[in-house]
Design a protein around this ligand. Structure first.
Ligand SMILES: NCc1[nH]cc(CCC(=O)O)c1CC(=O)O
Length: 306
């Protein structure tokens, strides 16, 4: 009997785009699939900033419960939404080839970024970076899925939205991009642009290896291992202003990462290189370097002010 791979996902259009992408990869490798859609607390509570909802994994818990219960074989997530430490018994088994990783400004009119602008975002990283690099911006909190945010912008709640290129591209809003941020200055969140597959550690090994073979992109995987090991050292979730980006050059990983204080005044960052087969160690090493540079105290200060 041929096993049907049950895929659990959030319901948003971006989550569904990503899920159909995974479904295609699996179908092309000869696997049958079934999609199960669930709502997470992050989808339900839209009037509270993510970092105030409190629990880690606001976009992941309900999907993980389905994995634990054996109701689904795999869960599809934006890699960026995944906490560095997963619940017991779960693991990330595959990462798709990365989309371009940078951040963009989306607007429905021409904007001049050297002038004061009201920018919509709900990411503490983006808020802190603007305080540092664009203090002339006024930042307003903007929750909800991409479609909701664009509607709010058109409604006049902000001049532009600060978003990941990947989601904007996937949702077909590329013609509204008014500015592309430089990766070196506005380094993205760990995992940005890749789709992660989560599964129970007790998933049948044969099934697991077929899924991994169909979905996983080895180079992206190595980069994400480095970035996530870095994030883990700093015990960062998606709500602290930590950024990190691994890029591969031949067999060398270049990993840059940093922490920025909420007011944008303090920044601790560094870059290290290492061989691809040391991805995890490179990530931990960079984490330790930032801790030695005062990162631990900075993170404590940030967490007590969130
Ligand atoms: N924070 C939510 C989220 N999680 C993943 C993406 C975009 C897709 C990706 O980065 O892979 C977004 C929206 C955004 O930050 O603009």
């Amino acid at each position: 009997m041929k096993e049907v791979i049950k895929i659990v996902t959030r319901k948003s259009k971006l989550a569904m785009w990503q899920t159909y992408h995974i479904e295609n990869l699996l179908n092309n490798a000869g696997m049958e699939t079934e999609i199960i859609q669930l709502e997470t607390i992050g989808d339900k509570i839209l009037d509270v900033a993510i970092n105030k909802i409190g629990s880690k994994g606001v976009f992941t818990e309900e999907l993980e419960a389905a994995l634990h219960a054996g109701e689904a074989h795999i869960a599809v997530h934006s890699a960026k939404d995944m906490p560095s430490k997963l619940p017991e018994g779960l693991e990330l088994i595959a990462f798709t080839e990365r989309e371009r990783m940078h951040d963009v400004l989306v607007a429905n009119k021409e904007i001049d970024i050297t002038k004061p602008l009201t920018i919509g975002t709900s990411s503490t990283r983006r808020v802190a970076m603007h305080k540092r690099f664009n203090p002339h911006f006024n930042i307003v909190d903007m929750r909800g899925n991409l479609q909701t945010r664009i509607a709010k912008m058109k409604d006049g709640q902000c001049d532009a939205l600060h978003l990941a290129f990947a989601g904007v591209h996937r949702m077909g809003y590329e013609d509204m991009i008014q500015h592309h941020f430089d990766l070196d200055i506005f380094t993205p969140a760990v995992g940005q642009g890749s789709i992660a597959i989560e599964a129970s550690t007790s998933l049948d090994p044969e099934l697991k290896s077929r899924i991994v073979k169909a979905v996983d992109h080895a180079e992206t995987h190595a980069c994400l291992v480095a970035e996530r090991a870095f994030l883990k050292k700093l015990e960062g979730g998606c709500s602290v202003p930590v950024y990190g980006l691994a890029q591969l050059e031949n067999n060398t990983i270049n990993l840059s990462g940093g922490i920025v204080s909420l007011d944008g005044k303090k920044i601790i960052n560094d870059i290290i290189k290492g061989n691809i087969n040391r991805a995890e160690e490179i990530g931990s090493e960079l984490g330790n370097i930032l801790i030695d540079l005062g990162g631990k105290e900075l993170l404590q200060e940030i967490k007590s002010n969130l």
